[in-house]
Design a protein around this ligand. Structure first.
Ligand code: IMP
Ligand code: MG
Length: 181
């Protein structure tokens, strides 16, 4: 199977992703100077972005991961957020940076921010590589946002369709023939 054939258009090349990730990491390094943030990655979509991002943050930090599911195998969220794996670390008093692949309806991050707030961290900021603002139904404030994109279903660099395409080294628009068949 040639997975490249399922990509209608490349939106962000490997180089472009690296450039933007470095800019965000530099911004976080400046904003959290003197602090020790804890990065919380939302699995599975954020795993590549998170890895690239934290390697360029020049601060002491901790990492943890949450796993959620809301999608099934379609291209629209079920709206129901389900925690498949909770954090391993205590976040009380910590400066949290929640790292997501993409904000779509806002459901996932809205839910996670409420859940984490209840655990009394010192602060929570959101960092999302991609944002589809036109699809928002729940308000979320994204402090660090990589790129705004139109309402197309995208895959690669960690993002999936039915658990495929996460390993593409770029982000591309999925060809409609893949999900319309
Ligand atoms: P939200 O809860 O609707 O904001 O959706 C967030 C989650 O939906 C993201 O973490 C992704 O896992 C998934 N998602 C939304 N849009 C896309 C897309 O275009 N491609 C792949 N996954 C997506
Ligand atoms: Mg996700």
């Amino acid at each position: 199977m040639d997975i490249q054939k399922d990509i209608k258009e490349v939106l962000f090349t490997t180089e472009k992703l690296a450039e933007r990730t470095a800019e965000i990491a530099a911004q976080i390094t400046r904003d959290y100077a003197g602090k020790e943030p804890m990065f919380v990655g939302v699995l599975r979509g954020s795993f590549i972005f998170m890895g690239d991002l934290v390697r360029q943050v020049k601060l002491p930090c901790k990492l943890d991961f949450l796993a959620v599911s809301s999608y099934g195998s379609g291209t629209a969220s079920s709206g129901q957020v389900c925690i498949l794996k909770d954090l391993s670390e205590d976040v009380t008093g910590r400066d949290l940076i929640l790292v997501e692949d993409i904000v779509d309806s806002g459901n996932t991050l809205h839910y996670l921010v409420e859940m984490l707030h209840a655990r009394k961290p010192a602060s929570i900021r959101l960092c999302a590589l991609l944002d589809k603002p036109s699809r928002r139904t729940k308000p979320v404030e994204v402090a660090y946002s990589g790129f705004s994109i139109p309402d197309d279903f995208v895959v690669g660099y960690g993002l999936d369709y039915a658990e495929q395409y996460r390993n593409l080294p770029y982000i591309g628009i999925l060809a409609p023939h893949v999900y319309e068949k």
